[in-house]
Ligand binder design. Structure first.
Ligand code: LMR
Length: 401
């Protein structure tokens, strides 16, 4: 061999969420419980294959696989727009939205970051404190500096709304602000309608560029209600919207998502779409087809779409029921622990307030896996594992006292 070319390459420290998922898989204990990665499993601990998706699969079969266009499948893109904005949103009827099919929600945020780096360079990107870890990385990779705005009020286990408003008001005009409109990851706490309206006023007045990251549409209240913040915002101002089908279609490995940029007029949207196509071409040329066809088929067919919406409701209701089951099981073991937060937070995640040491103890002693920040994925709970999780949780808190 010649001299080493890559001897200086640093070891990858691992991703805080994905590495934990690997450790879980490697854990030989049979009674282990995975409440780390944001993946919905059913009552039997399986990732469900949704009936609507299965029907779409049977309908589409496996035929020829030409390249999709850079922007993705036309029906898929239409489906994204209708789902995210609603059929009759003025931005849609006026053809002011540039939408592309993306590689999951991560791919959508990544292409958004590339697009913004080229067309709005040098701005600061503000993300919530805390946020999904990858937000920092995706924008930094594109060349931005990231900073945070306050979001989590540790004491009241709610949104630090005043802190958030102050930070967004103090930020330089035209900053890029990443917002999660529903089922905030990792905290599970969202802005209420009044707060959404107030923050919209601030964002519009400051000329900030909002990037909505909507990865859990349908897991909060329902598909339409969960998109209400985005829809109202898009009536007031241009914005960027990333959405994911990983969770609500249970299609994690297919990498299906969408990126929509709401523009001032149809001509601008056409040019923005062109630049998004270019960003895709330079990155991976065009999106893959199989998952995209499934999503397009479901969203484009009234009866499959209705069936899918019903199945999203089943997942949502089961997560809500498990939140309540866990809260009750913890209360039955100790009346000293306040677990009201479990049922007021929503979506896949709960911020438990557990410390990294407590999370380590639960994993090492009981094989119960949470993310080090104390984030619990409630979508991994089921009737069988709730008693074990409740006991582990109570012991972790009592050991700290
Ligand atoms: C999560 O936050 O656990 C999920 O969104 C999965 C991921 O890609 O990190």
């Amino acid at each position: 061999m010649t001299e080493s070319l890559f001897g200086q390459v640093e070891a990858f420290a691992g991703d805080p969420i994905l590495s934990l998922n690997d450790s879980f898989k490697a854990d030989p204990r049979t009674e282990k419980v995975n409440l780390s990665i944001g993946v919905y499993t059913d009552e039997n601990g399986r990732i469900p294959v949704l009936g609507a998706v299965k029907a779409a699969y049977e309908r589409t079969g496996f035929a020829e696989r030409p390249y999709l266009p850079m922007e993705g499948h036309a029906l898929y893109r239409e489906g994204v727009q209708k789902l995210v904005f609603g059929d009759r949103h003025p931005a849609r009827t006026e053809k002011r939205i540039a939408t592309i099919q993306t590689l999951g929600g991560t791919g959508a945020v990544g292409i958004a970051a590339d697009f913004l780096a080229k067309h709005c360079p040098g701005r600061t990107v503000l993300v919530s404190d805390p946020t999904w870890e990858n937000h920092h990385g995706l924008f930094q990779r594109a060349g931005f500096k990231t900073a945070t705005y306050p979001y989590w009020d540790r004491v009241n286990r709610s949104v630090d709304f005043d802190g958030m408003v102050k930070a967004l008001e103090a930020a330089e005009n035209g900053s890029i602000v990443v917002l999660q409109p529903v089922c905030h990851n990792p905290t599970g706490v969202d802005l209420d309608e009044r707060q959404q309206a107030a923050i919209t006023d601030v964002l519009v007045a400051k000329g900030h560029i909002v990037v909505f990251d909507m990865a859990y549409q349908g897991f909060g209240t329902d598909l339409d209600a969960d998109a209400a913040f985005v829809r109202r915002y898009a009536e007031r101002a241009s914005c960027v919207v990333a959405n994911s089908f990983s969770k609500n279609f249970s299609l994690y490995g297919e990498r299906c998502g969408g990126l929509s940029i709401v523009c001032r007029n149809a001509d601008e949207a056409e040019r923005v779409l062109g630049q998004l196509k270019l960003a895709v071409r330079r990155s991976y040329s065009s999106p893959p087809m199989t998952g995209g066809l499934l999503v397009a088929t479901v969203l484009g067919d009234d009866s499959l779409r209705a069936e899918w919406a019903r199945e999203v409701g089943i997942m949502r209701d089961r997560m809500d029921a498990m939140r309540k089951r866990l809260a009750d099981a913890i209360r039955a073991l100790s009346n000293e622990i306040d677990v009201d937060f479990l049922t007021t937070q929503r979506g896949m995640f709960s911020y438990t307030g557990l410390s990294a040491e407590q999370v380590d103890a639960m994993r090492e002693r009981d094989g119960v896996y949470l993310v080090g920040s104390g984030r619990m994925c409630v979508a991994g709970l089921n009737e069988a594992n709730v008693p074990k999780v409740a006991k582990s949780f109570v012991e972790a808190i009592q050991a700290q006292k």
